[in-house]
Design a protein around this ligand. Structure first.
Ligand code: HEC
Ligand code: HEC
Length: 442
């Protein structure tokens, strides 16, 4: 089931050939957890980014956190999951092991660095051979609560998820999972760790289970906002309090970043659904791409969809790549908003640099030319102080281990917002809801 599908598109073959030709076989230098935030390291051409080390931020945190959802957590752990310390620590080791990549230069942590709240700080991720994909790396923190994984929800479980980057030619570029397993199977420490975790030797299924199990330990709550919710009135600023009210009323964020339209959600900030909110679509010729994708992916297997999402411009089609339904064109998963301050840049394509840019985007109800725009997107008429309040609220969702980073990042984004607000369009924000163009025939 974790095998790369036999149907390969031409794009796959080219990508794999390129992967082989471009391989450098060089070990990347180590980075440290003190990497300056906001300015990802300059990358040498043709090389993967530096390999992050597993430091204290990578350790499974205690569940003793304000706001930790004990019931929900029990409910999202699949029955029969081996949630033991032995399995999780094996998974942690695998998460940081670059031997799972084709040329030994890329680990999961390359793009999900604990020092950056398990993201990479890049607009789109850079993998093996320095190849840039099409999408922004989401955080792994609280990924266990996602009903589906990836921006387009192409898999449901963390186990299925973990198999795809290992073989994706723009990410870790292993020829197969078996190939990755073969590269670590001779390691005596791994043999011992697999045996004590699972009672058998190194194998693909247990490898994926271990990585997923490690990820399920990465729960991240205990934010100033969580302390506010349990009654500590001074845990967040007045601006953040006003922002939280506006989030659920005038700014309409709760229509998607909450479990239901008419309830406040203080836990995961997502409806687990997919929406076209007008990101990226303007920069691409969507109709020809959709026709192409329908043709090429008519019998597409999961690995083919994974390639389309990461390595080709069809990526912009989002959920459509799975469903081939016109209404899903350029629809992406509503992300959880916890730790969002420290996971810039934003959106599936990393196109927005600051939280001010994100709110400016919503404020103008962007999507004049987007016939598939979600009906809930409309001009919001938010004033400058109201925009600042929303950002203050989003910043209050930062877990304590990222407080220092968050403070720095807030200052960086604030300074940027004073000199550059590329998405701001006050006339449109205070104007009428634009007429939505009719979707063209496909
Ligand atoms: C080259 C960079 C890169 C590497 C290496 C990588 N990832 Fe990712 N990861 C991404 C990107 C980009 C996405 C979003 C892709 C998409 O949605 O199509 C992603 C998505 C995810 C998600 C889904 C999160 C969500 O909110 O939907 C999880 C979980 C994840 N990766 C775990 C892993 C694991 C485990 C490994 C190692 C086996 C790994 N990643 C290796 C870049 C990377
Ligand atoms: C119609 C549903 C909808 C509404 C309303 C909505 N969002 Fe979103 N939000 C999404 C979706 C879907 C994405 C991902 C879109 C993409 O990347 O293409 C997203 C992404 C984001 C992101 C980027 C997160 C990241 O990790 O990159 C932030 C921040 C955000 N929304 C905040 C807000 C705020 C603040 C509001 C209210 C002003 C709001 N959203 C209203 C659906 C919505």
């Amino acid at each position: 089931m974790y095998r790369v599908g036999s149907i390969r598109t031409l794009a796959t073959v080219i990508a794999i050939l390129c992967a082989c030709v471009c391989r450098q076989g060089l070990a990347a230098p180590d980075s440290s957890e003190e990497a300056a935030f906001g300015s990802p390291p300059a990358l040498a051409p043709g090389q993967a980014p530096p390999l992050p080390k597993a430091g204290p931020l990578a350790r499974p945190p205690s569940q003793d956190q304000a706001g930790f959802p004990a019931e929900l957590t029990k409910a999202v752990i699949p029955p029969g999951s081996p949630l033991t310390a032995a399995v999780a620590s094996l998974g942690e080791r695998l998460f940081f092991d670059s031997r799972l990549s084709g040329d030994g230069t890329v680990s999961c942590a390359t793009c999900h660095d604990p020092a950056r709240a398990f993201t990479d700080g890049q607009p789109v991720s850079i993998g093996i051979g320095g190849r840039a994909g099409q999408r922004n790396a989401p955080t792994i923190l609280n990924a266990l609560y996602n009903k589906t994984q990836f921006w387009d929800g192409r898999v449901n479980t963390l186990e299925e998820q973990a198999a795809l980057p290992i073989t994706n030619p723009f990410e870790m570029g292993s020829a197969s999972i078996a190939d990755a397993v073969a590269r670590i199977a001779g390691d005596a420490d791994y043999q011992q760790q697999f045996t004590s975790a699972f009672g058998r030797g190194v194998n693909a299924r247990d490898l994926l289970t271990a990585v997923a199990t490690y990820e399920r330990t990465l729960v991240s709550f205990d934010t100033p906002f969580d302390h506010f919710v349990v009654g500590e009135q001074n845990a967040i600023s007045d601006a953040a309090k006003r922002g939280w009210v506006s989030f659920n009323t005038k700014a309409r964020c709760n229509l998607c970043h909450a479990l239901t339209d008419n309830q406040r959600d203080v836990t995961v900030f997502t409806d687990n659904d997919f929406h076209n909110i007008g990101i990226g679509i303007i920069r691409h010729q969507v109709v020809p791409l959709a026709i192409k994708a329908k043709r090429e992916l008519a019998h597409g297997q999961l690995p083919d969809i994974d390639l389309a999402a990461i390595t080709s411009e069809t990526s912009v089609l989002g959920r459509f790549l799975l469903t081939k339904k016109d209404n899903d064109i350029a629809s992406f998963k509503t992300p959880d908003l916890r730790n969002v301050l420290v996971t810039a840049p934003y959106f599936h394509d990393g196109s927005q640099e600051t939280l001010w840019d994100v709110v400016d985007h919503y404020n103008k109800g962007d999507g004049l030319a987007d016939p598939w725009l979600d009906e809930d997107i409309q001009p919001l008429a938010l004033t400058e102080p109201e925009i600042d309040d929303l950002v203050a609220f989003l910043a209050s969702l930062t877990s304590p281990q990222y407080k220092e980073l968050g403070d720095k990042e807030y200052a960086r984004q604030l300074a940027l917002s004073k000199v550059n607000r590329p998405q701001r369009d006050t006339a449109r924000a205070f104007g009428p809801k634009p007429e939505r163009p009719k979707p063209p025939p496909l």
